[in-house]
Design a protein. Structure first.
Lengths: 302, 256
């Protein structure tokens, strides 16, 4: 029983991070129908900048309680990734807005490799340990253990997701985003500045990636320039599982994927096969239900 | 003398070898209903598309309300006072009718992104005003009872009305309607005609593409006829009706 609870808790922790990253993929896909494969690297930059920021603050003699230190690091990292997201859209995607869909996919991979290598130049390739600002002391719940960091991850991730859904459903920016995703030229003809809305979408997605990056690094205690690849791909899987382009789907897909992975490696296969499991899910979804759990069935576009 | 609201001069648009608009010039006066007719493929919708910034015209000029609108971006065209509907209905199909109209208010909304995210008092105030105006417009076109329904679930005629409400939400000076009566029965067409007259009487100039010649003759102050991308006639309905070039374009040359 406690074993099952443990796997479920682990699944929720990882799943909520997948979900945060998946939202970035799905927002961009919803609005531009492209996969921003550089998104995982944006997350990595968020983690690396946070670590450097916290180290610098500590070196400068700033003393703050752990959670506040983490927040300070994030407040420095988020604007950096937001600017990065803005630039990626400008440089890699906007010039290819009317190009065949394969072209932005290739620039996405290019940007992704570029960011990894820039990170290696700045931070070197060996892993950085996450500063010791938050307690990793586990708390026992019904025989399962969870750290305060993990509790914070789940609570924070769920509140951010709720906030994002509210933003999209209830605010003018959200209405503009939905209008652009449903019909870009018509949205423009109704007075929506589509380029601005697209840029804002990238900026918001990148802020979420920074948060996820910090969570990831804080949870595993490590960060390195290639750390974005696997969570990026997993989150993409989560977005596809939920139905790419659908925000609720990304959340559901992320949480489900986290649970599937952890329950699968807990009961069915050794934990080295964790990634195999995730990608098996991707293959199965693509074969059996390409539109995802919550996706709308759409006709194949030429 | 009546003032020209929109001056279209020497517009050319080519798609590869197809000369879709060939040196088209029109002058639309403030307050009139100006009709654009012509056989299929004559270039009517293309003219709408280059006017509203969806396509880039090759040459020519657009002067609207004293402003140069040649090759301007769609949101700039809207902001200067031109709104349009589409021949093939293009609503935001997964939004409610009310939300569709609210999007149209974007052209006139002032509060910025920060306000929109932080929900400042000014933004909330503006949002409430947008919602109220959108509800009024749904009532104006006669579909207020469908406000909270998803656009794609509306009947065909109601969708056409919703498109008009959404276009009106941008506070246009000129309303460009692309075949608003297409697919409507005669009762619906008659009520649409009254709606267009009401809109004109409220001070909005209308540029109208329509195939229903009877409707056009009864509604328009002046009509221009396009054929193979050229303007072949322009004038009041009576002269258009008897113009030999127009009859030829529609019916072909009589065999002698």
């Amino acid at each position: 029983m406690s074993e099952l609870l443990q796997q479920i808790l682990n699944g929720l922790v990882v799943g909520s991070m997948y979900a945060l990253i998946a939202l970035g993929y799905t927002m961009v896909y919803g609005i531009l129908q492209i996969i921003n494969f550089a998104h995982g690297e944006v997350m990595m930059i968020g983690a690396m900048v946070t670590i450097s920021a916290i180290n610098m603050l500590t070196a400068a003699g700033v003393e703050l309680p752990g959670p506040l230190m983490l927040l300070a690091g994030l407040l420095i990292a988020a604007p950096v990734t937001m600017l990065l997201g803005f630039l990626i859209e400008r440089v890699a995607y906007r010039p290819l807005r009317n190009a065949p869909r394969l072209a932005p996919l290739i620039t996405a991979i290019g940007i992704s490799i570029l960011l990894q290598q820039v990170a290696v130049l700045i931070w070197k390739s060996n892993p950085r340990s996450f500063p010791d600002v938050v307690s990793q002391q586990p708390i026992e719940i019904l025989g399962a253990s969870i750290t305060t960091v993990q509790i914070a991850i789940v609570v924070l991730a769920l509140s951010i997701m709720a906030g994002l859904l509210l933003l999209v459903e209830k605010t003018r920016l959200g209405r503009a985003m939905r209008a652009v995703s449903m019909n870009q030229p018509v949205a423009a003809l109704m007075g929506v500045n589509t380029n601005r809305v697209i840029a804002q979408t990238f900026v918001i997605g990148s802020a979420l990636a920074a948060v996820a990056g910090v969570m990831w690094a804080a949870n595993y205690g490590l960060a390195n320039p290639t750390m974005g690849f696997t969570p990026g791909l997993k989150a993409f899987t989560a977005a596809v599982l939920g139905g790419i382009g659908n925000l609720g789907g990304a959340v559901l897909g992320g949480l489900l994927l986290g649970l599937i992975e952890n329950l699968g490696t807990g009961y069915l296969v050794p934990s080295e096969y964790r990634d195999v499991f995730a990608f098996l899910v991707l293959v199965l979804v693509l074969v059996l239900r390409p539109s995802g759990l919550m996706g709308e069935r759409v006709a194949e576009r030429a | 003398m009546t003032e020209a609201l929109l001056e279209i001069r020497g517009i050319n648009k080519r798609f590869g070898g197809l000369h879709a608009l060939n040196d088209v010039s029109l002058s639309i006066r403030r307050g009139e209903i100006y009709g654009l007719i012509g056989p299929n493929g004559a270039g009517k919708t293309t003219l709408f598309n280059v006017l509203t910034g969806l396509y880039q015209p090759d040459e020519g000029s657009f002067t609207f309300n004293g402003i140069d609108l040649f090759r301007k971006k769609p949101h700039v065209v809207v902001a200067s006072g031109i709104a349009r509907t589409f021949q093939n209905i293009r609503l935001f199909h997964n939004m409610t009718a009310l939300e569709n109209v609210m999007v149209g208010r974007h052209a006139r909304a002032k509060a910025g992104i920060l306000g929109a995210v932080l929900r400042s008092r000014r933004t909330q105030h503006e949002e409430a005003a947008i919602k109220q105006r959108a509800a009024q417009l749904l009532d104006y076109v006669g579909i207020s009872h469908r406000a909270d329904d998803i656009a794609k679930h509306l009947s065909y005629g109601d969708q056409r009305r919703l498109e008009i409400a959404r276009a009106l939400a941008t506070d246009p000076i000129l309303l460009a309607l692309d075949e608003p009566a297409a697919g409507m029965n005669s009762t619906e067409t008659e009520s649409l005609k009254r709606l267009m007259q009401t809109i004109r009487d409220s001070g909005i100039t209308i540029l109208l593409i329509e195939h229903d010649v009877k409707l056009m003759m009864g509604l328009c102050d002046r009509i221009a006829v396009l054929d193979y991308g050229r303007k072949i006639a322009e004038g009041v309905p009576e002269t258009i009706r008897t113009d030999p070039k127009v009859i030829e374009a529609y019916l072909g040359v009589a065999e002698s």
